[in-house]
Design a protein around this ligand. Structure first.
Ligand SMILES: NC(=O)c1ccc[n+]([C@@H]2O[C@H](COP(=O)([O-])OP(=O)(O)OC[C@H]3O[C@@H](n4cnc5c(N)ncnc54)[C@H](OP(=O)(O)O)[C@@H]3O)[C@@H](O)[C@H]2O)c1
Length: 327
C-alpha cells in the first residue's frame, strides 16, 4: 500500500480511504442497503490487511450506527496509533432545535457523541459535511479550533461546498490564527468533473489534501447503464445524482467498459485509476460491498492509464449542473 501525506500535514494516510457509509444498521437512517455489523466487519478487517489505514464515516450514517460499527472493528483489529479515523458533523441527528448544522453548540455536542460511538478519545480528521448558511463561518471555525485544542480532533477538514465558501473558511481561520482545514472531501469521478473548474485548483494552490467521495459514481461506472443493484435501487440520493445528464453519462460508462475490455481488467479499476491520476487527489474514498471490491481498488493503484486512454474516457463528458448536495 502506498502511504502519502494528507495535503501539507505530516499525517500518513493510505492512498485509498475506506468509506464506511455502507456499514450500518439498515433500518436506521437513510441507507437501507447498508450492511449490519456482522457483514461489515470483514470489510474493515480486510482493508487493514491490505494496508489501508484511513477510514471515513459520519455522525449521520445509519443514525450513528456506522460510527459504532467502525469504532468497535478498529478497536478489535487495528492499532489506534496507526489508523486515521475521519468523521463528519452537520447533518440532522434528531428533530427539534440544535439537532443539525455547524453552530458552536452543535459541534461541541456532536464531537462528544461521535467519540462515544466510536469508542475513542479523539478522531484524526473532523470534517464539516456541508456548509451551514445559518451559522456565521467565524463561529464554526472557532468551535472547530477549540475541538482541536481540546484534543478531541487532530485535524479538521471540509466536504462538498462551493470553492468561494471553502476559501472564505480558510481565510477566516488564517485571519484569526485558528486551525485550518487540511482536506476537502468532494464529489469527483468520471461522471462529475465540475470540481476541475475551481475546487481542485484551489486545493492545489492551498496545499489541501483531496479525498473524493463516490469515486465510482456509486457503482454506475462499474456496470452497464441499465444494470442495477440492491443499493442503486434504494439509493435515493444516488438517483438524484444521475438523472439529469443520463445520455452523456451513459457514453462515459461505455468508454470505461471499452478501456477495461482492452486492458482485460474490471471496469472499477479503470474508473478508480482515473480518479487516482487526477491531480491533486490524495486518496479516493471507496465503498466496498463485496470482497473483490477492495482487491479491485488496490489493483487500481498500479493501473497507469495512458494519455490516450484518459482522453478517450473524458471525451463524452458534458458540463453538469452543480450536484453533490449543493444544489
Ligand atoms: N461527503 C459526502 O457528502 C459523501 C457522500 C457520499 C459518500 N461519502 C463517502 O464516500 C464513501 C464512498 O462512497 P460510495 O460507496 O458511494 O463510493 P463508490 O466507490 O463510488 O461506490 C461504491 C459502490 O460501487 C460498487 N463497486 C465498488 N467496487 C466495485 C467493483 N470492484 N466492482 C463492481 N462494483 C463495485 C458497489 O456498488 P453496489 O453495492 O451497487 O454493487 C459499491 O457499493 C462513503 O462510504 C462515504 O464515506 C461522502
Amino acid at each position: 500500500m502506498q502511504i502519502v501525506k494528507l495535503g501539507q500535514t505530516g499525517l500518513d494516510v493510505s492512498r485509498l480511504c475506506l468509506g464506511c457509509m455502507s456499514y450500518g444498521v439498515p433500518d436506521r437512517g437513510a441507507h437501507p442497503w447498508s450492511m449490519n455489523e456482522e457483514e461489515s466487519r470483514p470489510f474493515i478487517r480486510k482493508a487493514l490487511e491490505l494496508g489501508i489505514n484511513f477510514f471515513d464515516t459520519a455522525n449521520v450514517y445509519s443514525d450513528g450506527t456506522s460510527e459504532e460499527i467502525v469504532g468497535r472493528a478498529l478497536r478489535d483489529f487495528a492499532d489506534r496509533d496507526e489508523v486515521v479515523i475521519a468523521t463528519k458533523v452537520h447533518g440532522r441527528m434528531r428533530p427539534g432545535p440544535n439537532g443539525a448544522g455547524l453552530s458552536r453548540k452543535v459541534i461541541m455536542a456532536e464531537i462528544d457523541n461521535s467519540l462515544k460511538r466510536l469508542g475513542t478519545d479523539y478522531v484524526d480528521l473532523y470534517q464539516i459535511h456541508r456548509w451551514d448558511d445559518q451559522t456565521p463561518i467565524e463561529e464554526t471555525m472557532e468551535a472547530l479550533h477549540d475541538v482541536v485544542k481540546s484534543g478531541k480532533a487532530r485535524y479538521i477538514g471540509a466536504s462538498s461546498m462551493y470553492a468561494w465558501q471553502f476559501l472564505k473558511a480558510l481565510h477566516t481561520a488564517d485571519r484569526n490564527g485558528w486551525t485550518r482545514f487540511v482536506s476537502m472531501q468532494n464529489y469527483l469521478n468520471l461522471l462529475y468533473r465540475e470540481e476541475e473548474r475551481e475546487m481542485l485548483p484551489l486545493c492545489k494552490a492551498e496545499g489541501i489534501g483531496v479525498i473524493p467521495w463516490s469515486p465510482l459514481a456509486r457503482g454506475r461506472l462499474t456496470r452497464d447503464w441499465e444494470e442495477s443493484s440492491e443499493r442503486s435501487q434504494t439509493d435515493e440520493f444516488g438517483k438524484k445524482l444521475y438523472a439529469l445528464t443520463a445520455d452523456a453519462d451513459q457514453m462515459v460508462v461505455e468508454r470505461v467498459a471499452e478501456v477495461a475490455k482492452q486492458r482485460g481488467v474490471p471496469r472499477a479499476q479503470v474508473a478508480l485509476a482515473w480518479v487516482l491520476q487526477k491531480s491533486p487527489v490524495t486518496a479516493p474514498i471507496v465503498g466496498a460491498t463485496k470482497p473483490h471490491h477492495l482487491e479491485d481498488a488496490v489493483a487500481a493503484l498500479t493501473l497507469q492509464l495512458t494519455k490516450e486512454e484518459i482522453i478517450s474516457l473524458e471525451a463524452p463528458y458534458v458540463p453538469h449542473p452543480v450536484l453533490g448536495g449543493l444544489s
